[in-house]
Design a protein around this ligand. Structure first.
Ligand code: PGA
Length: 255
């Protein structure tokens, strides 16, 4: 069985003090939920303090981005080696990075390789725009993104990679995909693409999250779907109450 994951993407929110307080509140309330992986992804600058706050807990820290090079003249960037002892996960290719910072399938693939090589688990994001969705291009586009992101990996490595399907039209809009829509793409497109590349076992192993306007109200229905293994949560991860409720709902479903 794939272990469910609730990953909070705090985006460009929370000063250091706010971040530590939120991490502490989460730790106090869901540290002993053992059947759900909990990952929180604060801004880079908050990571050392959040990581210290969560030391000895079983809540993991992730970054929201990284560069693919080991080091060098890349002003403003952060490498996998810098994250390594502070984080276990790293979000790669979020649609906001693709949209505002010109990330491409190629850079996403390079980052994913660099992350895994450094021992970080990449959470690779894919998802179509509203226009693509309306034109009926979702399946082809998302499948292409998955295949490009996973180029050069092996079947065995699929156990150490997480993919998040996040339709752009659902992110931060309050308009989540229905549980059926999300499950159809997570299973019928993302998992299928992994199967085509790496076979049945890899497809059965890889964890696929849904992201886009998830919250404490819709998470139960979403997590009840067989091909959805978790959520990448934006807005609702910024408040301890909603994130904690989502973890608890998932935990009860998987009991
Ligand atoms: P949202 O963001 O939950 O606020 O829609 C999800 C994401 O961008 O990961």
């Amino acid at each position: 069985m794939r272990k469910p994951m609730m990953a909070g993407n705090w985006k460009m929110n929370k000063t250091i003090n706010e971040a530590v307080a939120l991490a502490r509140a989460i730790r106090e309330q869901v540290n002993d939920v053992n059947n759900v992986d909990r990952v929180i992804c604060p801004p880079f600058i908050d990571i050392p303090m959040v990581s210290a706050e969560l030391m000895g807990s079983n809540i993991a820290v992730g970054a929201q981005n990284m560069h693919w090079a080991e080091s060098g003249a890349y002003t403003g960037e952060i490498s996998a080696a810098m994250l390594k002892n502070l984080a276990t996960y790293v979000i790669i290719g979020h649609s906001e990075r693709r949209q505002y910072f010109a990330e491409t399938d190629e850079t996403v693939n390079k980052k994913a390789h660099a992350a895994l090589a450094a021992g970080l688990t990449p959470i690779i994001c894919v998802g179509e725009s509203l226009e693509q969705n309306e034109r009926g291009e979702t399946q082809e586009f998302v499948s292409g993104q998955v295949k490009a992101a996973l180029s050069g990996f092996t079947a065995v490595q699929m156990a150490e990679i997480v993919i998040a399907y996040e339709p752009i039209w659902a992110i931060g809009t309050g308009r989540a995909a229905t549980a059926e829509q999300a499950n159809d793409i997570c299973g019928g497109v993302v998992r299928k693409a992994v199967n085509e590349l790496f076979g049945d076992e890899a497809a059965a192993t890889i964890r696929i999250l849904y992201g886009g306007s998830t919250n404490e109200k819709n998470i139960g229905e979403i997590m009840a779907k067989p091909d959805i293994d978790g959520a990448l949560i934006g807005g609702a991860s910024l408040k301890a109450e909603s994130y904690v409720a989502m973890v608890k709902t998932t935990s009860e479903l998987y009991c």
